[in-house]
Design a protein around this ligand. Structure first.
Ligand code: CUA
Length: 153
């Protein structure tokens, strides 16, 4: 083997090892890995499975709310929720059919909602206003009309 080949082999193998080490360090030491929420649900039985048998908004503490929501082609249930300014809202989401998105414009909330999985995400709403909620995963012919609002007042 040529010396040049040995150098390139060593360099490329070394780079792979370095990249793998960086990724491992970020995932395990810095906890930057993707969240792995293993709460599962039978997507055929969402309507009968708690808490999704009663979708809606519920106060769970001072300035704290829980929103149990189902996503389906092409709507959110419940629609058009309202919370007081300063509220922390825990969203508990699942899909009844295909993959949908849950994005709240103007916030960092941007979640993928998959059938068979329970998605949880928390957001504090300080600024009063009407927040647009969008599905940002293509889910069929009516995807572009799949939206609702969260009113903070
Ligand atoms: Cu639901 Cu796109």
């Amino acid at each position: 083997m040529h010396l040049d080949e040995k150098i390139w082999l060593t360099l490329s193998f070394g780079m792979i090892m370095i990249f793998m080490f960086i990724t491992g360090y970020q995932t395990f030491a810095l906890e930057m890995g993707p969240p792995s929420n293993n709460e599962l649900i039978d997507p055929q039985k969402v309507d009968e499975t708690a808490p999704f048998d009663e979708p809606g908004i519920k106060q769970v503490g001072e300035n704290e709310y829980e929103v149990v929501m189902t996503l389906q082609v092409f709507s959110f249930n419940p629609m058009d929720i309202e919370v007081p300014a300063g509220s922390t809202v825990h969203f508990i989401l699942t899909s009844k059919d295909v993959v949908h998105g849950f994005e709240i414009a103007g916030t960092n909330v941007n979640a993928m909602v998959m059938p068979g999985h329970i998605q949880k995400i928390t957001q504090k709403f300080d600024e009063p206003g009407k927040y647009l909620v969008l599905c940002n995963e293509y889910c069929g012919a009516g995807h572009q009309v799949m939206s609702t609002t969260i009113t903070v007042k």
